[in-house]
Design a protein around this ligand. Structure first.
Ligand code: NAP
Length: 286
């Protein structure tokens, strides 16, 4: 097995995809796609590219010429990539960002966004009984990840979405851009906002290793409410620990990363990949 990992042989028929970010060294996507390529015995490669923002357009435009099937776009390029593709899916336009590229037969590039799909697919896989229509959802954060989460939750049928962000104006802009039943609350109101919620999602980077802690008392959150943290380093964040201790069901962040990769892999490499406990452990480096 270790030998298989070290020896990678590509043929002239290899299917190639890549991921563009700046920096890129932290990305777990090469490990994730590499696992699937090896598991399914596919003659292909998924290559990480450290792409400076000034070179992003050139990098994306080079994909058809180099024979790439497509790739992923990661931080900080997701919003800008929307304006650099030939066509964007309605979902990518609504989210306002692209994370998946597909080079079509005619050489044009389609941009899609699978972050919201990954968020929801992991939620449903983890808690199949969760009912989107069961009550309001509180989302903390209004950054790039929040946009995909908010769109996914509204499309899943959440009746009301309460959006809480440190910078209230950013949350208001997000709500206006996305539309639907979104109520914006100030960061100071985050604990009061939990009363009656059916779901709490953290999309801020608070609680992530190296970042400030997320300070929020959960007293007013119903014990039946699902608590979902999309931060995955550490896997069990302080928010999830606190929620678990008082009996709330919890969902961790790594599954979102794994599931968002599935549509891209299927489109490029022609095989629907599975999210398994083995994949999860491998990506986490266990
Ligand atoms: N599981 C997954 O697959 C997945 C996917 C994407 C992202 N993520 C994780 O999600 C997190 C956010 O990513 P992103 O791309 O959305 O980042 P981003 O666009 O930079 O947004 C960061 C968010 O965190 C808030 N924030 C930062 N510092 C804060 C503080 N001290 N107090 C209160 N709020 C603060 C920001 O509020 P302001 O607007 O006020 O600055 C903003 O809402 C990261 O930890 C990332 O790793 C996970």
């Amino acid at each position: 097995m270790a030998r298989d990992l070290l020896i990678q042989t590509l043929s002239g028929k290899s299917v190639i995809a890549g991921v563009f970010g700046w920096p890129i060294s932290h990305s777990r996507s090469p490990r994730l796609h590499g696992y699937w390529l090896r598991t399914y015995g596919i003659d292909g490669a998924y290559v990480p590219f450290a792409t400076h923002p000034a070179k992003l357009e050139q990098a994306i435009r080079a994909l058809p010429a180099l024979g790439f099937k497509g790739g992923n776009i990661t931080l900080p390029h997701k919003e800008r990539a929307l304006g650099l593709v030939d066509e964007a899916t309605p979902l990518a336009k609504r989210i306002g960002a692209v994370n998946t590229l597909l080079v079509r037969e005619d050489g044009s590039i389609l941009g899609d966004n699978t972050d919201g799909y990954g968020f929801l697919a992991h939620l449903i896989a983890s808690k199949p009984d969760w009912n989107a229509a069961g009550g309001p959802a509180v989302v903390l954060g209004a950054g790039g990840a929040a946009r995909a989460v908010v769109v996914a939750l509204l499309e899943a049928g959440v009746p009301e979405l309460i959006l809480v962000n440190r910078t209230t104006r950013r949350a208001e802009e997000l709500a206006a851009a996305i539309g639907g039943n979104i109520k914006v609350k100030a960061w100071e109101e985050r604990e009061a906002a939990l009363a009656g919620a059916n779901l709490l999602v953290n999309t801020t980077n608070l609680g992530q290793a190296g970042q400030a802690p997320l300070e929020i008392a959960l007293d007013r959150l119903p014990v039946s409410a699902l608590v979902y943290d999309i931060v995955y380093v550490p896997l069990l964040t302080d928010l999830l620990r606190a929620a678990q201790a008082r009996g709330n069901p919890i969902v961790d962040g790594i599954g979102m990363l794994l599931h968002q990769a599935r549509p891209g892999f299927a489109a490029w490499f022609g095989r629907e990949p599975d999210v398994t406990p083995e994949l999860r452990a491998f990506v986490l480096g266990e």
